[in-house]
Design a binder for this molecule. Structure first.
Ligand SMILES: *Cc1c(COP(=O)(O)O)cnc(C)c1O
Length: 234
């Protein structure tokens, strides 16, 4: 396993092939799908190696770890996405240093991010996380509360609401996987039908990204299928 996981160029190549194949199956162009490298627990050197293979978007889940890597990789042309759970008292460094936040699920967090986004920076791109299956262990707004939250977030001056994000229940059956992703896609379509202007569906991870692409994912967040197993925490 270790040998395989260290062959990063090969893994990135295979991953891009799988993304392209899923895109082709759904009649989409692979260039409409962003490969976001979910880099939690991966050292900066691994992210640098992924960048050398053309990876440009990096997702981080833990703030302290993220800030270390941001500093270590400042010389690279990377777009940084915060994809973890965001606590209200930790929004400032995220507002200052990241280009995207995928897990916005309450107004208070969005208000703080907007207030703390530096004026010299472009508006912070955000996705609202939706808890599709009402899972107690997962973050996200319930679908019924999504329209109200989306309207409030879209009105904040220093944010740009781009779309929706989900982490659905783990399913091994592709049909079940697609069922959840189709739900998120329909929620986005409904918001757009009601006047929103959203272009991003952040959905799909290592175990289900092909199903997500078949249902319209524009960003797939991939960790283990790109980097190999996450190293144990030191
Ligand atoms: C870790 C993580 C991923 C990637 O998970 P893999 O199964 O390793 O691909 C995607 N999204 C979020 C929010 C994560 O925390």
């Amino acid at each position: 396993m270790l040998r395989v996981s260290q062959n990063l160029p090969e893994q990135v190549r295979r991953l891009r092939e799988r993304i392209a194949a899923a895109a082709a199956r759904s009649g989409r162009n692979a260039t409409s799908i962003t490969l976001l490298a979910a880099a939690k627990a991966q050292p900066a050197g691994r992210v640098r190696a992924a960048a050398a293979q053309g990876v440009r978007d990096v997702g981080e889940s833990y703030l302290d770890e993220a800030l270390e890597k941001l500093a270590a990789l400042e010389d690279l042309p990377l777009t940084w996405h915060f994809i973890g759970r965001l606590q209200a008292n930790k929004t400032r460094p995220v507002a200052e240093r990241f280009a995207w936040v995928h897990g916005v699920d309450r107004l208070r967090i969005a208000q703080r991010l907007s207030a703390q986004r530096p004026f010299h920076a472009s508006p912070l791109n955000v996705c609202i996380q939706v808890n599709l299956a009402a899972e107690a262990t997962k973050a996200g707004v319930p679908p019924a509360q999504l329209p109200a939250l989306a309207a409030q977030v879209a009105a904040l001056p220093r944010l740009k609401l781009r779309g929706l994000m989900c982490i659905p229940p783990e399913e091994s059956d592709p049909a079940r996987q697609r069922h959840w992703f189709a739900k998120l896609r329909r929620l986005l379509e409904q918001l757009n039908a009601d006047g929103a202007d959203l272009d991003t569906l952040s959905m799909g991870m290592s175990g289900d990204f092909e199903s997500a692409i078949l249902e319209g994912a524009t960003v797939v967040r991939i960790g283990t299928a790109l980097f190999g197993p996450r190293p144990a925490k030191a």
